[in-house]
Design a protein around this ligand. Structure first.
Ligand code: PMP
Length: 385
């Protein structure tokens, strides 16, 4: 077996979910929502399964979905993408894999920001790239010019950005994005932007795509996921958007990864993007209420939370909560003593981890959050020890 895979554990999400099942715990670890998604989208998928073709759809995706994605970004983010600049993939994960395989030459360096989504480093390494890390820290997790300058070398080719950022729950500001755009242009970098959380944003904050910044239109791959937009994480329908020359390279990698994505789900996502803007906005408002409910409950129990501007996640700062132990030990204890699963944020660092932050998923029904809070309250003394 390749030593990289031999050394690799199961992902923290899978491992925590498995432990949560065994323990009968409430799972606030893995990031999936409790709801069922928008009914018209589910009905469209069922109808398409019975009434439309179930044979290979076009490699780059159904034309209707590519058009719907382009229109969606014109409406929401003021972008001018043509449908043939959109390639449909089997989730954002496949889009990330295709982008990295298509754009990395062996030895190329890829700038990425820690904390990072767990798929990034293995994919960069398997594509022959070398990850270079910019370390972000709580409470603000902000990018600075000095940190970028310290990480870039003559071999750097790509910048891999997750915005909004899971697990930090932050959104990059216009100033940070302008800095990143300027930096990419100055060093001739291509940006791969994982924007799967672009619609799960709160308190009126608007997602700004890096591809819309000066100099970035021709050098950015913008990645999205219907799984996040419609809270249907199991569907694994995503896409990557890029200018024609980049899109051609991405398409070549995609054709030998999955080639296509189930056509009925593509039809349904196309319909959802056209008809479900209201559902998406209402759902984000519901997530905000859930965030506030969990935050209020945690505050009452004496936990200090970090700001959550986007994503399904809210984190506690252990040190500021008067807890001396590290995040992994705290999560173990939380599972054993309280029967609640959470994710230690150190799992999102490849080196030099932040160990004082624990992430909770709040995209759950009120009753689930309330029971989790009751359980944490009952174990609060044991958790502090
Ligand atoms: N990137 C990030 C930052 C994510 O949080 C997730 C899902 N949790 C993904 C990619 C994967 O998206 P998909 O399920 O569409 O492959």
């Amino acid at each position: 077996m390749n030593p990289l895979y031999a050394r690799m554990g199961t992902t923290i999400f899978e491992a925590m979910s498995a432990r949560a099942r065994t323990r009968g715990a409430i799972n606030l670890g893995q990031g999936f929502a409790d709801g069922t998604g928008p009914a018209p989208v589910l009905e469209a998928a069922a109808r398409a399964l019975l009434e439309k073709s179930n044979q290979y759809p076009p490699m780059a995706g159904l034309p209707e979905l590519r058009q719907a994605v382009a229109d969606h970004y014109a409406r929401h983010q003021g972008l001018n993408l043509a449908p043939d600049e959109v390639i449909v993939t089997s989730g954002a994960t496949e889009a990330l894999a295709a982008s990295l395989l298509a754009l990395i030459e062996p030895g190329d360096e890829v700038l990425c920001f820690q904390p990072l989504y767990d798929a990034y480093v293995p994919l960069i390494l398997r594509a022959g790239g070398v990850p270079r890390f910019v370390r972000l820290e709580p409470p603000h997790w902000r990018v600075t010019r000095d940190a970028l300058d310290a990480a870039v070398t003559a071999k750097t080719r790509l910048l891999l950005l997750n915005n909004p950022l899971n697990p930090a729950a932050t959104m990059a500001s216009a100033e940070e994005l302008a800095l990143l755009a300027d930096f990419c242009v100055a060093h001739d970098l291509t940006a791969i932007c994982d924007e799967v959380w672009e619609h799960v944003t709160f308190d009126g904050a608007r997602h700004l795509p890096l591809i819309g910044f000066p100099g970035m239109r021709e050098r950015t791959v913008k990645i999205g996921s219907a799984g996040k937009i419609f809270a249907l994480t199991g569907w694994k329908v995503g896409w990557m958007c890029a200018a024609p020359e980049l899109a051609r390279a991405l398409g070549k990698a995609h054709q030998f990864l999955t080639f296509t994505t189930p056509p009925n789900l593509q039809w349904a996502v196309a319909e959802g993007l056209v008809t479900q803007d209201g559902w998406v906005a209402e759902t984000a408002a519901g997530f905000r209420r859930s965030r506030d409910r969990l935050a209020a409950g945690l505050h009452e129990l004496g936990f200090a939370t970090l700001p959550s501007a986007a994503t399904y996640f809210l984190s506690i700062d252990l040190a500021a909560s008067g807890i001396g132990r590290g995040d992994v030990a705290f999560c173990d204890r939380l599972l054993d003593e309280a029967g609640v699963a959470a994710i230690p944020v150190s799992a999102f660092y490849a080196e030099d981890p932040v160990t004082s932050v624990v992430r909770f998923c709040f995209a759950k029904q009120d009753a689930t959050l309330d029971t989790a809070l009751e359980r944490i309250a009952a174990a609060r003394a044991a958790l502090a020890r």
